[in-house]
Design a protein. Structure first.
Length: 316
């Protein structure tokens, strides 16, 4: 007998929350403010849904998602790309807020993605700090590029902007450092990660913020979550080139920098990289393999609560 618990899809915009249910459609909307979120929370608790699905919308989804989560509702934040591919598979090419809510409810019903706990507020704040750091770095690079092509008078203005941005970045690094020091677990994790030659404060902060599951995962899941698991490209008798894809790009970027340093200074990763290069592997392929090996080692170190020691079987 089919359950009577509905699946709920919520399309979030800056001003409004469009809601729909599946399998029986009941579209409605609420304003995206404190009163609207409180009203929606009470309404959804009354119908006891199986899944409440939202998609990531650049931060607009955070207040409503956490309000529903704290009310005990089974909240899932979905990847927008996955939802859009799902909509195309059903022939839903048009896009409006109401249609998006309908598609989200249908996605929740048909796919039934697993419900995981959302990040706690401290974890979310640290992730936001790291995101802001990347934004400031991007702005500094853009200003530096503009400075090379401008006249002396404009260059002075850009110098002022660069000084301000660099001070903001310095202040932000201090906030990130303080946030990690306030948490005994994060502080210990940072020390464990940084004991590995090639991992510095910035990379360890990124892993703590953007991959909090590290240390609790199996090898295949850790690789897949970081986007380092090779994906088959086969069809019939054709065997395509294995390529990495998906995962969390911020984690992958941090691991790239760590692997670059480790391939020169960490004896285990350096030997592994040189062996692959001597076997004829291109530099990029060898470095990607180093990233994957590095991630496996870091995952094991956090799981076993051990500091880096190249003599231990952990490094193998």
């Amino acid at each position: 007998m089919e359950t009577t618990q509905p699946f709920v899809g919520i399309d979030v915009s800056s001003q409004r929350l469009d809601v729909d249910l599946a399998p029986i459609r009941k579209p409605f909307s609420r304003p995206n403010d404190e009163d609207g979120i409180a009203s929606l929370t009470g309404q959804l608790k009354a119908i006891n849904p199986q899944i409440v699905l939202l998609e990531a919308t650049g931060g607009y989804e955070i207040p409503v998602a956490y309000a529903l989560y704290e009310a005990g509702l089974p909240v899932v934040i979905a990847n927008p790309k996955a939802v859009r591919h799902f909509a195309k598979a059903f022939g839903k090419l048009a896009k409006t807020d109401k249609l998006d809510a309908q598609i989200l409810a249908l996605f929740a019903q048909k796919v039934q993605p697993p419900v995981h706990p959302l990040r706690d507020q401290e974890q979310l704040e640290l992730a936001n700090l790291m995101s802001r750091r990347r934004q400031l770095q991007g702005m500094i690079i853009m200003e530096e590029n503009r400075r090379r092509l401008c006249t002396p008078k404009v260059r002075h203005n850009i110098d002022l902007s660069l000084a301000h941005l660099r001070q903001l970045l310095k202040d932000l690094d201090r906030d990130i450092h303080d946030a990690i020091r306030r948490s005994p677990l994060w502080l210990e994790n940072a020390k464990i990660l940084q004991s590995f030659t090639g991992i510095g404060p910035k990379v360890s902060a990124c892993l703590i913020a953007d991959m909090p599951e590290l240390g609790t995962l199996s090898r295949p899941k850790a690789s897949a979550l970081a986007g380092l698991a090779p994906m088959n490209q086969d069809s019939g008798n054709h065997r395509g080139k294995r390529m990495i894809k998906g995962g969390r790009p911020t984690v992958r970027q941090a691991l790239y920098m760590a692997a670059l340093v480790a391939s020169r200074h960490n004896p285990v990763i350096k030997e592994f990289y040189q062996r692959l290069r001597l076997a004829g592997k291109p530099a990029k392929v060898a470095l990607t393999a180093c990233m994957s090996k590095l991630l496996v080692i870091l995952n094991a170190m956090l799981k076993n609560r051990t500091y880096w020691n190249p003599q231990l079987p952990l490094a193998a």
